[in-house]
Design a protein around this ligand. Structure first.
Ligand SMILES: Cc1cc2nc3c(=O)[nH]c(=O)nc-3n(C[C@H](O)[C@H](O)[C@H](O)COP(=O)(O)O)c2cc1C
Length: 165
């Protein structure tokens, strides 16, 4: 698990190969095993494969190429009808997204968490026709990849640990 956490990288280039339905369901299921406050499970998902719809969504972000070229995008929403505390619900959805990215990596696929698109979240919600009360949290683009995932870089612990008390 430690190796998987360290070696996961954002993957932004995909081959044309499809990702089958069972695999996408597994990725979402693993997302739903994330913890959530009072176990309220506030996440909702829209799976987008259709090229025309992906093209439409892609107009709402400067990362349009990623969405156009990924065989599958998963839009992740906060369901306000299930919300009990906004910050905690958003945190739970962050955990869900990370579970999904780790599953994608574990399966030998590539994926990336897209957040810049949130600047136009209402347009995306309209394009996807989600019910009232669904707030877009992120889009995960995923697929097969030939991209070599780099080493990544992180600040050393000495910079991020504020104190030992
Ligand atoms: C909240 C959030 C929003 C992000 N939004 C984008 C995005 O819009 N486009 C993109 O290419 N990557 C996006 N990323 C991916 C980050 O750029 C990436 O995780 C970071 O640079 C570290 O690289 P790594 O994931 O390869 O370790 C986002 C990541 C997070 C957690």
């Amino acid at each position: 698990m430690l190796e998987k956490i360290r070696s996961r990288r954002s993957i932004r280039k995909f081959t044309v190969d499809d990702v089958d339905e069972k695999t996408v369901d597994l990725i979402i299921e693993m997302g739903t095993w994330a913890p959530s406050g009072i176990n309220n499970q506030p996440w909702r998902f829209v799976i987008v494969r259709d090229q025309h719809i992906r093209n439409e969504i892609s107009t709402q972000t400067r990362y349009s190429k990623i969405i156009q070229n990924a065989p599958v995008c998963i839009a992740v929403f906060l369901d306000h009808s299930r919300s009990y505390n906004y910050i905690k619900d958003v945190q739970a959805i962050g955990a869900c997204l990370q579970n999904m990215l780790l599953t994608i990596h574990h399966l030998g696929l590539g994926g990336v968490w897209l957040g810049e698109i949130l600047k136009n979240r209402q347009e995306v919600e309209k394009i996807l026709g989600v019910p009232e009360g669904m707030e877009l949290m992120a889009v995960i683009a995923l697929g097969h990849t030939t991209e070599k995932s780099g080493q990544g870089n992180r600040r050393p612990l000495s910079e991020v640990i504020l104190a030992h008390k």
